[in-house]
Design a binder for this molecule. Sequence first.
Ligand code: UTP
Length: 226
Amino acid sequence: MRVVVSVGGSVLVPTLDSPRIESYAETLREVVASGHELGVVVGGGPVAREYIGTARELGADEVSLDRLGIEVTRLNARLLGEALGDVAAAAPIEAVEDARAAFRRGEVPVLGGTAPGHTTDAVAAGVAEHADADLLVYATSVEGVFEADPSEDEAARKFDRLSPAELVEVVNQVELVAGSNAPVDLLAAKLIQRSGLRAAVLDGSDPQHVADAVAGDHDGTDVVPE
Ligand code: UTP
């Protein structure tokens, strides 16, 4: 199976901690060893937010802020690439097209952001679409897709299964509420919808959840094409 895993920055590097990155890498290497083709997209996490917040105070425009965020996601991708060792593509990957090329060479593309205007959620969906992946896994800091942002509404229920159209609808609703955050952004949801990708959104705090999802078993939200 060809799998793209999006690892949130808050999941991989809540703080800079080598054992945590190594443990993610070990699990991802096991996924490869069990015969799957793997691509990984890494987010920026708290460090990206700090850089963006500081630069915003300094008057930077939104594109410049996005560029800072991209730099941090790429630094995080490099850390994971180092931990993955020889299975990772040798050269840093910076574009969706290069990720597909790495898949074709039998390497694991590990990338961060690509261009201003979106997040690594959409990059992961773009990589999965372009490389015709069988599964896209979002390893996030929440347990799945909820009907409302669980950090804003404690009573919000988690969906076990959604169609891509329902995912777009839910993300749209959640993002309409000021301050709320969906675990997958709207552009990513729309890419999932148009490409008919199968996706899983789950709690990535334990990397084993990602391996379990690749094996078809997880407690998050399944997004299943109609
Ligand atoms: P993230 O993908 O980590 O954003 O990229 P996020 O979803 O806001 O962060 P988490 O998942 O909640 O931790 C960090 C920032 O980098 C820029 C955006 O500004 C984004 O908010 N970015 C990232 C881009 O502009 N383009 C990309 O392709 C990726």
